[in-house]
Ligand binder design. Structure first.
Ligand code: 9MR
Length: 368
């Protein structure tokens, strides 16, 4: 029985009375926060990173920024929002890269690689795309122009691009969107082809990797089968895809085992893909997250990082934010679910942070 399971039982037994004692957390600053990137790189990984959203008040928070800006803590970043279609091409043919550039500038200041995110997605798609009536040819033209402009604008400032995001539903069917409805399932392959062609125009030195990025693809099942089929289709059409991003949005009560993760990672690796953990966070189903919830959360973080460290094709890992105050899953808008990162809003650390460090070092989890 794991520490988490034991404590769940104890917590239930003690429900009416005293709580299970909890250790005092550290209040983290850039001087105390563990050097996750250095730890990952010491074991041969490319980086450990975190997303950043320059439209959020997080960038006005000095403690947040001093942690984010420490290269040994985070060696990679992804703009949480500002390179998406609604920001970059709000009107047909009118491009605006200013907000996306803010992330590139920040990344350069602390020597971070940037996973650029994303080119084609159902969400955050302006209505001029989603609600107009298109022919297959006219929508392909618009999609190609968007992909080409973004890739050529940012060039080698992007380590990689998430070319298509979340194209498959949990049951393995294609996500309903204007691209599917007008172009058909092949829109995914077209998007990758256009992305590869855009990179070719940048010259031989441009080594920008092209990724498919999705959620709930961390354990075997209908969705993973469909995603593997999708990858085979892209690969059959040409040398268009380099990697797969496992978003890794989990919860304290529902998360993949190390064995699930290693099964699917081996399947992606067998396709020759580089694997990234792209958006790791673990929401507690009820908040404030109980001690038992925090231990479940720690186990989830541990499993994901441990599985990546064990798989040579898994090259990098990133949080989808590192402080509860700024993560996208806020209890007020998510039915009480939240507290999804390794730090409380006041920078106190959670067991999850210890678990991440232990997984990076190849140690067993003392808090799971
Ligand atoms: O973190 C992003 C949040 O600020 C936006 O409101 C949301 C809108 O769709 O998108 C969030 O980021 C998503 C990412 O781009 C793709 N995978 C799921 C992420 C969480 O929703």
């Amino acid at each position: 029985m794991s520490l988490h399971q034991t404590l769940t039982i104890l917590t239930t037994l003690l429900a009416a009375g005293s709580a299970v004692p909890t250790p005092s957390p550290t209040t983290e600053t850039s001087s105390t926060f563990p050097h996750l990137n250095a730890l990952a790189q010491a074991k041969g990984k490319l980086w450990f990173g975190s997303s950043i959203d320059t439209t959020s008040s997080s960038v006005q928070d000095p403690t947040y920024m001093s942690i984010f800006n420490t290269a040994s803590i985070f060696g990679q970043t992804t703009p949480g929002n500002t390179m998406k279609w609604d920001y970059t091409e709000p009107e047909n043919g009118v491009f605006d890269f200013a907000l996306g550039e803010e992330t590139i500038t920040l990344a350069k200041q602390s020597d971070k690689k940037v996973r650029c995110h994303n080119l084609v997605w159902t969400s955050q798609l302006p209505t001029w795309v989603s609600e107009a009536s298109w022919t297959k040819e006219s929508l392909l033209e618009v999609m190609k122009a968007h992909i080409t402009k973004e890739i050529t604008h940012y060039g080698s400032d992007c380590y990689s691009w998430d070319v298509v995001n979340e194209a498959i539903n949990y049951d393995g069917s294609y996500t309903d969107n204007v691209f599917l409805n007008v172009i058909g399932e092949d829109y995914v392959t077209y998007a990758f082809q256009y992305a590869r062609e855009a990179i070719a125009t940048l010259g031989a030195s441009a080594d920008i990797k092209l990724f498919y990025n999705d959620y709930t693809i961390s354990r075997p099942g209908s969705k993973v089968t469909a995603v593997l089929d999708l990858i085979s289709k892209i690969q059959a059409a040409g040398d268009y895809i380099d990697g797969i991003g496992l978003e890794s949005h989990h919860t304290d009560t529902y998360y993949p085992s190390v064995s699930d993760l290693s099964t699917v990672m081996n399947q992606y690796a067998a396709k020759g893909l580089e694997i990234h953990i792209t958006e790791l966070d673990v929401a507690c189903k009820s908040t404030p997250c109980s001690w038992s919830g925090q231990l479940g959360q720690a186990q989830a973080f541990y499993n994901v990082i441990h599985a990546c460290m064990e798989n040579d094709s898994c090259r990098g890992m990133a949080f989808w934010d590192f402080n509860d105050k700024y993560n996208w899953i806020q209890p007020s808008t998510n039915d009480g679910e939240g507290d999804a990162t390794v730090l409380w809003g006041n920078y106190a650390s959670k067991p999850a942070l210890t678990a991440v460090v232990e997984a990076l070092k190849g140690e067993s989890c003392s808090v799971c």
